[in-house]
Ligand binder design. Structure first.
Ligand SMILES: [Zn+2]
Length: 219
């Protein structure tokens, strides 16, 4: 399986689906990240956030792509869609994660809109939450028991947002994973809103003869 996660700023992807991506990696899936901006408007230099994102991608074991858009001014139209399409083509990803559509941050909203357009042929498109998401009601839950510590480690790589400025609260992230797990009848989970999800029961791998055989066995 090939997976692409799209986020507006460094650390957005790790916050929204870091543990799920670790689970993908553990299953041997190829994971890529596309970060639309370097987050240069935050309370630090863009250079440090670039390095932090590179460190986090390395720790995760993911390929890293940059959108090179301006922080605070991510477009949702043709240029952004084209940029995401190019990465989808290069990675061959057909499972896509992106921001939820309702969010107070304009870059998060624009990234969601552009990704949904660019990923119109992807088999699965799931939207993750962030601290600025509004009205997030997850319906798809990924069991991330065993990957929460790893998610926190990915976030610690973003030192300028975690230790130094307190923009990311690791205690809250851990509690969120527990809460999402509780509502999903498991211990720890990440929750997603579902744009599209294919449920593969292996049907296409059967010949017409095998289908008939199965039908005869079950009736
Ligand atoms: Zn962000």
């Amino acid at each position: 399986m090939r997976v692409l996660a799209v986020g507006a700023h460094p650390d957005d992807i790790e916050l929204g689906c870091g543990a799920t991506l670790l689970a993908h990696i553990a299953r041997g899936h190829e994971v890529s990240m596309l970060v639309m901006t370097t987050g240069e408007q935050g309370p630090q230099m863009a250079r440090s956030r670039t390095h932090e994102q590179e460190d986090a991608a390395k720790l995760l074991g993911a390929n890293l792509f940059w959108g090179n858009f301006e922080d605070g001014a991510v477009p949702e139209g043709r240029t952004a869609v084209g940029s995401i399409e190019a990465v989808l083509k290069e990675t061959g990803a057909d499972v896509v994660y992106t921001h939820a559509s309702r969010d107070t941050h304009q870059d998060h909203r624009a990234t969601a809109v552009a990704t949904l357009a660019a990923a119109r042929r992807a088999t699965t498109v799931l939207q993750y939450e962030s601290p600025s998401t509004i009205g997030f009601v997850p319906t798809i839950f990924v069991d991330v028991d065993g990957y929460v510590e790893g998610k926190l480690a990915l976030l610690r790589a973003h030192g300028s947002q975690v230790e130094r400025n307190g923009l990311v609260d690791l205690e809250a992230i851990e509690a969120q994973a527990r809460y999402r797990g509780f509502t999903a009848r498991m211990r720890f989970a990440e929750g997603f809103m579902c744009e599209r999800m294919q449920f593969d029961l292996g049907a296409h791998r059967m010949t017409p003869e095998q289908e008939l055989l199965l039908l005869n066995q079950t009736h």
